[in-house]
Design a binder for this molecule. Sequence first.
Ligand code: ASP
Length: 347
Amino acid sequence: MTRILILTTGGTIASVQSPDGLVPGITGEQLLAYLPQIGPDIDIEIRSLFHIDSTDMQPEHWVGMAEAIRDHYDSYDGFVICHGTDTMAYTAAVLSYLIRDSEKPIVLTGAQRPIGFEITDAKSNLQDSILYAADSRSRGVQIVFAGKVIAGTRARKVRSMSYAAFASINLPEIALINNGQIVRYLTDEAFCKPGGSGSTSGGAYQRQASFCTEIDPNVFLLKLTPGMKPDLLREIFRLYDAIVIESFGAGGIPQSLEQTLFEELRKYRPEEKVLAMTTQVTYEGSHLETYEVGRRIADAFQILEARDMTLEAAMAKLMWILADRDQSWEEIRRRFYEPVALDILTA
Ligand code: ASP
């Protein structure tokens, strides 16, 4: 018997219509009652963690999810987290760093329409997620949605209303699921490397998941727009430990912001205020070395570049890395570029 634990957090999948709009209102047990027929060899248990629209997702909720998986890890073969779609990509990225080398699958799913609606994607998403979580070849953190299996470090919500809400950014999907068949494009080996933390027993390598339940939430994402006021930068540097700048195109800093940004950067050591550059263009990543506007900052300061990582993954990775405040710049840099769960290919 394969044992699956479903953790519910709210979101559209568990929402009901109220006079003020959709609101999470279905309990775990009610959700379970809607579940389509699952094979007789799968045993499902359900637990409610929170009851929120994922717009209200906070760093403490991420830690709560990681702790729940850790606490039940040995009792189940796979996990499904029902989650609102709006911030699911952030949660999937954070959990990819907090739960590493997991030989068991941790699947996030949700829906664009509530499970109680006559026309809904909720049942098929849930069914596919359970199928994927129960498959012995699945491992690590992934999103299963609208027939796609997307690495937790590579997801982005790209549609606000229609069913195909998520895309895999700068990496093919891990698998597709169609009519109960899983077609795998990428091996899940990358989510659980032999030779990580583990021990040998009887000649076979026993992989062991490692859990981290601390993060530094003080990571800011700044989307550049033409005409942005430079004084904003001073306040961001004061309040945050790391700043991810979502630049234009291949990457660069406009001259109008450069003086203030450089003044702020000179006040701190690179490990005190970490600056990472990414791009607001969805596909193909940043390439700071291409233009003078990018090279000027890359040559003058110790900064990080997200390259082909998603901005969600870059932010989540910094929150995970900076949970340890006593690291040298070299160590922060090394960890940022070290691939985790397929998050970066161009390191
Ligand atoms: N606002 C909802 C949420 O993220 C949207 C959804 O679940 O599709 O919780």
